[in-house]
Design a protein around this ligand. Structure first.
Ligand SMILES: C[S@@+](CC[C@H](N)C(=O)[O-])C[C@H]1O[C@@H](n2cnc3c(N)ncnc32)[C@H](O)[C@@H]1O
Length: 208
């Protein structure tokens, strides 16, 4: 992320939107987590999303992964009060085994607060999310589509991969391609943003 985006994502208005609009939508779509659930946040940035995963979604613990070591340091400072409920790792959402070690396949929930659109091989990241979830686990996502990234303000102010970005439909299709069942989703501001929840089916049972 460049300076402008780092400033924006860590600003009070952005956190207000996340806390007061996006989290309530995701809670309405996917509910709070079953007690004892350990969650993963990909692209945890400075750790505000992980704090919401603990406080609002009721996760027992959260593992946060971010590519940027400076972000991991900031998240470590923010989340220190939670002790061993939080583990942070520097690495890529496209290779969670390398970032997290061997025990990366059993998360009850994975959270994506606006990170997948930053990843050149975003399909690989979706595949990793599907693999990291335990059967019955849920993927909570809040994404920025190609429609938003094509806007002059986004192009001038921020730096994102320019090739092969996704529409809302393409993102949802990719979830289905990796075996996830989309429970509910919505787009807002002319499909600029996509929010939703998907579930990894339990073999031989329902999706949750
Ligand atoms: C727009 S910020 C969002 C940060 C945080 N989720 C939030 O809502 O405040 C995107 C974050 O994704 C991280 N990121 C970009 N590519 C990544 C990758 N391949 N794997 C993990 N994190 C990545 C960036 O370092 C940055 O912290």
């Amino acid at each position: 992320m460049n300076w402008a985006e780092t400033t924006l994502v860590n600003s009070a208005p952005r956190r207000w939107l996340q806390r007061c609009y996006e989290v309530p939508v995701l809670l309405r779509f996917g509910g709070r987590l079953i007690p004892g659930t350990r969650a993963l946040e990909i692209g945890c940035g400075a750790g505000y999303g992980s704090q919401l995963v603990l406080e609002r979604f009721g996760a027992a613990g959260v593992d946060g992964v971010d590519l940027d070591p400076a972000m991991i340091r900031r998240a470590g400072a923010r989340l220190a009060r939670y002790g061993d409920r939080v583990r942070l790792a520097q690495g890529s959402a496209t290779d969670l085994r390398a970032a997290l070690g061997a025990d990366d396949g059993g998360y009850g929930a994975v959270f994506d607060f606006r990170i997948v659109h930053h990843i050149p091989d975003w399909r690989k990241a979706i595949g990793e999310v599907a693999r990291a979830l335990a059967p019955g686990g849920r993927f909570y996502f809040d994404e920025v589509t190609a429609h938003a990234l094509a806007r002059p303000t986004y192009r001038r102010l921020f730096e994102h991969p320019t090739e092969d970005r996704f529409s809302a439909e393409e993102f949802l299709d990719e979830l289905t391609h990796h075996g996830l069942v989309v429970l509910r989703s919505l787009t807002r501001i002319h499909s600029d943003y996509l929010l939703g929840v998907a579930a990894k089916p339990i073999a031989g049972g329902g999706e949750t």
